[in-house]
Design a protein around this ligand. Structure first.
Ligand code: PLP
Length: 287
């Protein structure tokens, strides 16, 4: 079955899907994106993802390429046409195509691309069971990482470094030694007293949709949360550590820079949060 992508109003075979060479996303990373999880035939937390897309677009002064309702229809259609029941849907909006000039073009129309793909739940489940390793890297990103832009070069380089070290994720650490977030995930620990700790979502990190829903899950489970920074040393002495994102949900971290956390196995709090996550998250059935 051929994969289908949505590109500026058309559903096209994925292998032929293309945008213009002067798309500002290609030339300036002048655009934003979202990734939503599709699990058991439902879109997870679509409202929160589209709310964040709206915020990212407003921050960059890019107009919505279509109405929110029309976008929802296109998302459903791409998932349906690709027969994805477990996987990911990717949306990207750029400022559009214009003759190369840094200033905003007067008349470019925002460009929209949507793709969907199946993911290997087996690999995910195995990682949930074993936990994953992370490395740390110095923070070298711009100050507005709260906007979900497609400008991800530091994240790309950090992830590659992680991969070469046999790790799944890289945590950006500030000059003050405080962990900010992962290259594509938010970072958490569980203290010896069972308190969940994650950095406040100001301009220094992306406010993960999964992070927000994990707050809801924690409340439901009667767990307390402290929004504050933690150092790598604190994480190494913690009862548990984990990362959250639409692609990993709640993923236990068992090693940081080659040093083992607790007994080196996933802990019970992250497992509880992961298992309760789907029940608490918003679920939008695919048509
Ligand atoms: N932080 C960064 C830098 C990310 O790129 C992502 C997801 O892509 C996240 C955190 C987690 O966000 P979400 O839970 O919305 O997937």
């Amino acid at each position: 079955m051929p994969r289908i992508a949505y590109v500026n109003g058309r559903y096209v075979p994925h292998r032929d899907a293309a945008v213009h060479i002067e798309d500002r996303g290609y030339q300036f990373a002048d655009g934003v994106y979202e990734v939503c999880e599709v699990a058991r035939g439902v879109i997870v937390d679509m409202t929160r993802h589209l709310d964040r897309l709206d915020r990212s677009l407003r921050e960059l002064e890019i107009a919505w390429p279509m109405s929110r309702r029309t976008l929802e229809i296109a998302i459903h259609e791409v998932i349906r046409r690709n027969r994805v029941s477990d996987g990911l849907v990717y949306l990207q909006v750029t400022r559009g195509v214009a003759s190369r000039d840094h200033v905003f073009p007067a008349d470019a129309k925002p460009a929209m691309v949507i793709t969907a793909k199946r993911t290997d739940r087996g690999t995910l489940a195995r990682r949930w069971e074993s936990g994953v390793k992370v490395i740390t890297v110095p923070e070298n990103r711009w100050e507005r990482v709260d906007i979900k832009t497609i400008g991800l070069l530091p994240n790309v380089l950090a992830k590659q470094k992680a991969k070469l070290a046999g790790a799944l994720e890289a945590w950006f650490v500030g000059a003050d030694g405080v962990v900010l977030e992962g290259a594509s995930t938010n970072a958490w620990i569980v203290t010896k007293d069972g308190v969940l700790v994650t950095r406040p979502a100001d301009h220094g990190i992306l406010r993960g949709v999964t992070r927000t829903t994990v707050f809801d899950v924690a409340r439901k489970e009667g767990l307390s949360i402290e929004e504050r920074g933690f150092t790598v040393e604190e994480a190494l002495g913690a009862r548990e550590a984990f990362i959250t994102s639409a692609t990993t949900v709640v993923m236990p971290v068992v090693e940081i820079d080659g040093r083992v956390i607790a007994n080196g196995h996933p802990g019970s709090v992250s497992m509880t949060l992961r298992k309760a996550f789907f029940d608490v998250a918003e679920k939008t059935p695919v048509w």
